[in-house]
Design a protein around this ligand. Structure first.
Ligand SMILES: Cc1ncc(COP(=O)(O)O)c(C=O)c1O
Length: 382
């Protein structure tokens, strides 16, 4: 009998979480309200952040950051090409120019070294990505940003629960988290911006809801004026209470999720050490707590004498799902055509973009599932 399909990711949703969502549905208030406010407070406390704003996605969050910083035509934003397309799309849509920094070949993260030479008088923002649940080397990035007086906003979509030198991501400066269903914790779709900058937080609050500065809950339930005025044009990126209550349940389980992911990742690392053609990502040399959002490997296509598509297809035939995080942004059709020179400066990004593959990793997986994946990998490569 064929074994059951093992997806590369699956959210772990408990019955109490389902009940909590159902209770919100029964309560008469389902959009942004008390649960979203509680979720903001709980996530902010978890990250030891100055404050937090809950949103419908990290993409929406990055959009608000660009708008709050007034980034537009003539401005440059430095970010890796080895990331999800959302940040780069938003930079383009704002009329600004994305400047791609190459990444470390083994951690897939940018460092101060990779970006210093890219800074010009037009640079308005630096967006490092904490990749796969590891942390970028923030000390050097922060000191460079401070020296050059450029804001730095962390893409923490993969980094709920990640720690850098003993500090949780989100506790300093500004970080944008994602609660998309494949992430370490989910609210269905959702995001959160943590920041220690109260002025930025209040700008983000205003921008996330039409520029009103108060949302429907504030207006009707908190006795605020129902005639709130638009202070500046804004968006509509608020998180519903249905989503927030799920996010809170998941936050309560996040430490347990990370522990389970860590055990599975260690098992992969041990077993894959014997497979020459598979090179897992390297670990940073500085101290981190890895949240193991993804387990990313690189296929030695020469040694394996097969391309990645064949490899992934071989696993699929054995009922094992995989993913690609990421096909580098500069290799996507639009960016290939509009930024044809980008590839020349991104050798590590390019090399990885052609070889990376994410193996199944989610909290409800068993150690036997890991063994099954590794066995299948060996069969495909044989
Ligand atoms: C690195 C990175 N940044 C941003 C995002 C966007 O997150 P969301 O789907 O919540 O908008 C993702 C989502 O996959 C991501 O992986």
């Amino acid at each position: 009998m064929r074994p059951q399909f093992l997806p590369f990711s699956r959210p772990s949703i408990s019955e109490p979480e389902i009940d909590a969502v159902a209770n919100v549905l029964r309560s008469g208030w389902i959009t942004t309200g008390p649960k979203a406010a509680e979720f903001e407070a709980a996530f902010s406390a978890y990250c030891h952040a100055g404050g937090a704003v809950a949103l419908c996605s990290a993409t929406g969050g990055m959009h608000l950051v660009l708008a709050a910083l007034n980034i537009g035509p003539g401005d440059e934003v430095i970010t890796p090409s080895m990331t999800w397309v959302s940040t780069v799309n938003l930079i383009k849509l704002a009329g600004a120019t994305p400047i791609f920094a190459d990444v470390d070949r083994d951690t897939l993260m940018i460092s101060a070294e990779h970006i210093e030479h890219l800074i010009t008088e037009r640079t308005r923002l630096i967006v490092p990505v904490h990749f796969a649940g590891a942390a970028a080397d923030m000390d050097a990035l922060r000191s460079l940003a401070r020296k050059r007086n450029i804001p730095l906003v962390e893409d923490a979509a993969h980094a709920a629960g990640t720690e850098y030198r003993g500090e949780r991501i989100g506790c300093r400066s500004t970080a944008v988290f994602s609660f998309h269903p494949i992430k370490n914790m989910t609210s269905g779709e959702g995001g959160m911006i943590c920041s220690d900058d109260p002025a930025l937080l209040s700008a983000l609050r205003r921008l996330k809801f039409h520029g009103l500065g108060v949302d429907a809950y504030d207006r009707t339930m908190q006795g605020r004026s129902s005639q709130a005025e638009v202070l500046a044009p804004g968006f509509k990126y608020n998180l519903t209470d249905m989503a927030a209550v799920l996010g809170m349940g998941q936050l309560d389980r996040l430490e347990d999720f990370i522990q389970k992911r860590t055990l599975l990742a260690r098992r992969y690392l041990k077993l894959l050490a014997e497979v020459d053609e598979i090179l897992p990502l390297g670990q940073p040399s500085y101290s981190i707590r890895h949240a193991w959002h993804l387990f990313v490997v690189r296929l030695n296509t020469k040694g394996a004498r097969m391309d990645r598509a064949t490899f992934m297809n071989g696993l699929k035939q054995r009922n094992i799902g995989t993913g690609i995080h990421f096909k580098a942004v500069h290799t996507q059709k639009y960016y290939r055509e509009t930024m044809p020179l980008a590839a020349a400066n991104l050798p590590h990004t390019q090399w990885n973009s052609e070889r990376i593959c994410s193996l199944p990793l989610f909290p409800d997986m068993t150690p036997e599932d890991v063994d099954r994946v590794v066995k299948a990998i060996k069969e495909v490569l044989a």
